[in-house]
Design a protein around this ligand. Structure first.
Ligand code: BGC
Ligand code: BGC
Length: 871
């Protein structure tokens, strides 16, 4: 694709940089105009919409009276047990084929990091065999009407749970390509791969229009721009679903609605936008997906509070006005709505296994990974006693059966379908490599540092050069994308391997840190740096933390500082799931490429940075930003999107060869080490929030402590020889968000930062230390919660009595006024341990969401200092 918009944009950036002003933003409208003018008309993006209410959307699927008659007839002869079974989706770890038959289960899924036989390296034959077993079981029931089970998978950048499959760039990179035809091809290739394994349904595409890069799922979003998401939604669904043949899969438009709109970018948080924005910005993708005939929609974990209109819709899986009113009735969606992983349990009055509200609101299939048996029993009772109307059940089941009929699942077991077991379908390397080329955005290229000359002597540095794990990011073999080495991607190619091929292996030297390397002997240095893998909530950047990449990854700044001493051109390839504040890194680089999370085909990077020859000349950059790039460490003061005045590069920005454009030295704001606007200091939110880490230690405060690290699968017994504490990851609010700690001896579980923090100013705002707790084994001895303020400065409050009043298994939010620690003599100007628990056996409890909250509403501070034994 040829674009001319970049020239205009370059000048705008240059002008503002040269002016030395703080306002570095490029005018967004001008950027859009330039892009629209440059794009051939067939590729023009849809116009932004201005609906005042949810519009009726016309689907490309024609009305099909014969199909409808068949659906009616089938549903009419199904028993209640069979209907409720159809509405149930269980995880493969928790359900056997025999149980699928017995309970008439409608669907199974494998979550991220779940594979046949629990084997990460399961082969295509293992997937297909298990799929056959579930399918045959579903057709071997005693029911009059037999309805095949459908298997769903998170194939969100290729068939990414499957060993050996090609992984495409994550959505944020695809957004930068601005190429709907590419997206359709990727959808079709993904569908083939998934069907080859016997799986028929994918939980993709994600249509979030992400507004705040703090969100840990930003990389799953194509763009902050509604029209682009709409065009992509349409293309992606058409690619996946095609004409419902054996090479197609059912698509899921997710997560409905407002997942990209949450306040502070908090995962599963609260969207605070107007109806107009919810429809015209966050609804955009659904217009495209419904136009293309998408057969399923996943309800989102987030809630929506339309503050301006005074309407609080609550969590989306219980929002009837949206699932039924907007999506089905007004927009005319004919497929079925599936809830997200245990999402029903988040509705008031519900558990993971019981939630008539969600079904009444319009959820048709419930993703109830583990507690499906209790869910079936409860739902049956709720229908029998009238809590759920039979008409609602019939509607839900009709929608599910209609989709299965459309998909052509009846009649042939998975291994009998065309393309089943074809290992070649897992590979789409050329397409993925093209996607990588198109996704790259050149942010800086002073004095023509790029392209590199083939045959030149190159030093490659940085932790992500030789790491397929960093390149593929979250949702890659495992849920978090962690725990993978290069050998886990047998057909993948690292960025380093691609550079070696393009330049000649003998010309390329790799040193991760560049320590001790003689920089003089090279013509240029390529630094491949960036984020390490994460998924969902684990990727959130808390409101109190800056968006400065070097705060979270100082090793990347360090390696650039090391190579800068060589006075050779430095080309940085930034492998990251979102735009971050990188002014310090830009200043140390002559050229800077945003490579997003490119997936398995690292050679696409070499194609462009070496401007290798292609059929049509030589490769050039063509990607442009689909999200604004921040120019300050705290760009989102309002908690919503990144304000234009705080952008460094506007959407639409991206350079090409040849480029005479230069970017001057940018301000680096070293004084800003936290985002002051924040009223919450997070300590532990699914993971320890930097600068804090979590530790285990014995009861003696002088003894060394053990850092628990970030492996969610680890069960830690510490110390290994005579364990005092046992720690593992469990769920309290959302998946794997809590640490369960069992005291086997007297010991401490605590959070600590290397530098003390001044919490004193918070005290005047009635701040509190707040956390969620579930008691598993009540204590017999004392339990103390403490804060530490350096050596010999520890002040505790006594929670023994409070915890004793908590029933086992129930979640409680504990809120301890900071005052109580002061009364105990703590110096709150030097807090290095904001949270610690000291106890002895027997005691076992799970802790989640630990934070210091300023101005905690009085009602939440349920504990008084007197009740906590503080003077
Ligand atoms: C995610 C969904 C995903 C589902 C199944 C949830 O946690 O929010 O996007 O499809 O799990 O793995
Ligand atoms: C993910 C699953 C994952 C699970 C772990 C879900 O949100 O989608 O894929 O295995 O959480 O609890």
């Amino acid at each position: 694709m040829v674009r001319t918009g970049w020239l205009w944009l370059m000048c705008a950036v240059l002008a503002t940089v040269d002016g030395g002003g703080a306002a570095l933003a490029v005018d967004a409208q001008a950027a859009k105009d330039a892009r629209a003018a440059a794009a051939p008309s067939s590729e023009r993006m849809p116009e932004p919409t201005h609906y005042a209410d949810w519009p009726a959307i016309e689907s490309r699927l024609p009305a099909d009276p014969a199909l409808e008659a068949r659906v009616r007839k089938m549903v009419a002869s199904m028993s209640l047990a069979q209907k409720i079974g159809q509405m149930t989706q269980a995880e493969i770890k928790s359900i056997t084929p025999a149980q699928v038959a017995k309970y008439h289960i409608g669907s199974v899924l494998n979550g991220g990091g779940s594979w046949p036989g629990g084997n990460k390296h399961a082969g295509i034959g293992d997937w297909l065999a298990l799929s056959d077993r579930y399918y045959e079981a579903s057709m071997a029931t005693d029911a009059a009407v037999k309805v095949p089970v459908i298997w769903g998978i998170d194939a969100v950048h290729g068939d990414n749970n499957v060993f050996g499959a090609t992984m495409f760039p994550h959505n944020i990179g695809l957004g930068a390509a601005h190429d709907p035809a590419l997206i359709e091809a990727i959808g079709a290739a993904t569908a083939r791969a998934v069907r080859a394994t016997g799986v028929e349904w994918v939980f993709a595409p994600t249509l979030a229009v992400a507004q705040n890069a703090r969100w840990g799922r930003t990389y799953e979003s194509f763009s902050t721009d509604g029209p682009l998401v709409r065009a992509y939604a349409r293309a992606y669904v058409e690619g996946l679903q095609g004409r419902f043949g054996d090479h197609n899969v059912m698509a899921t438009a997710k997560h409905f609605i407002g997942d990209g709109a949450t306040h502070n970018g908090t995962d599963q948080g609260d969207a605070r936008v107007s109806l107009k924005d919810m429809i015209n910005v966050h609804g955009s993708g659904y217009f495209g997906a419904i136009e293309a005939g998408v057969q399923s929609v996943m309800a989102s974990y987030n809630s929506w509070d339309d503050v301006a209109a005074g309407i609080d819709y609550g969590k989306m899986s219980g929002a009837r006005a949206l699932l039924t009113g907007a999506l089905k009735d007004k927009m005319g969606f004919q497929g079925f709505v599936v809830s997200d992983w245990n999402a029903i349990g988040q509705l008031p009055g519900c558990t993971n296994a019981s939630c008539p509200q969600a079904i009444n609101a319009g959820i048709d299939m419930v993703m109830v990974p583990d507690d499906w048996q209790a869910f079936i029993a409860n739902t049956t009772r709720q229908v029998e006693n009238g809590d759920i109307p039979m008409a609602r059940i019939d509607d839900a089941v009709s929608r599910i059966v209609r989709a299965k009929l459309r998909m052509g699942l009846f009649g042939k077991r998975p291994s009998q379908r065309v393309g089943a077991g074809d290992a070649g379908s897992l590979q789409s390397r050329e397409l993925a490599r093209r996607a990588v080329r198109e996704s790259l955005v050149l942010l800086k290229n002073n004095h023509g540092a790029l392209p590199l000359k083939p045959g030149s002597k190159i030093l490659v540095v940085g932790k992500s050069a030789d790491s397929l794990s960093n390149q593929t990011g979250g949702w890659s073999l495992t849920w978090q994308g962690t725990g993978n080495g290069n050998a886990d991607f047998p057909h993948g190619e690292t960025i380093l391997a691609g550079l070696r091929k393009a330049d000649g292996a003998a010309n390329v030297t790799y040193s991760e840190t560049a320590q001790g390397v003689d920089l003089k002997s090279f013509d240029a240095i390529v630094a491949v740096i960036g984020e390490t893998p994460y998924a969902e909530t684990m990727g959130d950047i808390m409101p109190s933390a800056t968006l400065r990449h070097s705060d979270r990854h100082p090793e990347d700044l360090a390696v650039l500082q090391t190579v800068a001493k060589g006075r050779k051109p430095v080309v940085t390839v930034f492998v990251a799931g979102r735009p971050l504040y990188v002014n310090d890194l830009l200043n140390l680089s002559d050229a800077f490429v945003a490579a997003w999370l490119p997936g398995t085909e690292g050679e696409g990077v070499a194609d462009v940075v070496f401007a290798r020859h292609s059929g049509a000349g030589s490769y050039n950059f063509s990607g442009t930003l689909a999200m604004p790039w921040p120019g300050v460490p705290c760009p989102d003061a309002s908690g919503s999107g990144i304000k234009a005045a705080r952008w460094l590069f506007a959407p639409g920005y991206g350079l090409r060869y040849p480029s005479k454009h230069a970017i001057g030295t940018l301000p680096t704001d070293p004084a800003v080490d936290a985002c002051a606007e924040a009223s919450v200091l997070s300590v532990f939110h699914t993971l320890a929030v930097p600068p804090f880490s979590l530790y285990l230690a014995d009861a003696d405060p002088e003894h060394p402590a053990h850092d628990i690290g970030s492996d969610l699968n680890a069960v830690i017994e510490w110390p290994a020889s005579h364990p005092v504490l046992r720690l593992r990851t469990v769920q309290v609010n959302t998946q794997q968000d809590a640490k369960s700690v069992t005291w086997l001896g007297a010991g401490r579980f605590f959070a600590r930062s290397p530098q003390p923090r001044n919490l004193a100013p918070l005290v005047s705002t009635h701040a509190a230390l707040q956390f969620d707790v579930v008691i598993a084994t009540p204590a017999k001895g004392p339990v103390k919660v403490y804060m530490g303020c350096g050596q010999h400065c520890t002040r505790s409050v006594d929670l023994t009595h409070t915890f004793a009043t908590y029933a086992n298994g129930d979640r409680h939010t504990v809120s301890i006024p900071l005052d109580c620690f002061i009364k105990g003599g703590a110096d709150l100007s030097h807090v290095d341990v904001p949270f610690g628990v000291l106890a002895s056996p027997p005691f076992s409890a799970a802790f989640a969401d630990v934070k210091i909250v300023a101005g905690a509403p009085a009602g939440r501070a349920d504990l008084t200092c007197a009740s906590l034994g503080a003077p």
